[in-house]
Design a protein around this ligand. Sequence first.
Ligand SMILES: *Cc1c(COP(=O)(O)O)cnc(C)c1O
Length: 226
Amino acid sequence: MISNNLKTINENIEKACEKSGRKKEDVKLIAVSKTKPVDMINEAYELGIRDFGENKVKELLTKKEQLPDDICWHMIGHLQTNKVRSVIKAVKLIHSVDSLRLADTIDIEARKAGITVDGLLEVNVAGEESKFGFSPSEIAELLDRFSLYRFLRIKGLMTVAPFVHNPEDNREIFNKLRNLSVDIMNKKLDNISMNFLSMGMTGDYSIAVEEGANFIRIGTGLFGAR
Ligand SMILES: *Cc1c(COP(=O)(O)O)cnc(C)c1O
């Protein structure tokens, strides 16, 4: 089942790349394995997937212990500041840097641990009450502060788009996130690069790829319903 799903996803990525003149190698699939058992992650691993996303620290750490070392783990969910210390060494990228307090804490804890940590700023593009993340204007105000960090390195932007029935409805959201990342890149700030655009989930990843995503985060579409 996972292998069929993966085939479909890869075909859709390819189509979206053709449509938008992009290279499929520039789009990386993150398999969102939250709530799914280690067996299923192993199955995906056997199919060649090496990037997995989790939204809870404890679950991520427990799974990491039981799985091969060459897996890159991505923290994609809201991260409480008191859990930062335990997760920063375990992950390749934190997609969900969603508040100034969290960003400050990651920088401090990374310094204490003697490492640098890569993070993406989560943007609540649609301004939904229920969602975490910075508004685009907050980001503009905070950039100078982010550029002072020495241990948290901002590498791009992430968004969780609204739940919609027609994925076309999210095109504007993805386009806005991309434009914001280009604006930030053009400022050429120290310590802030915009290499990564993490957007698109099971329902809307084709549109996200057309609009420039280079990380797509797919759970249900790969592993089945949660
Ligand atoms: C669960 C989750 C996903 C994957 O959602 P699906 O609709 O199952 O593909 C992607 N991003 C985040 C932040 C999530 O929490």
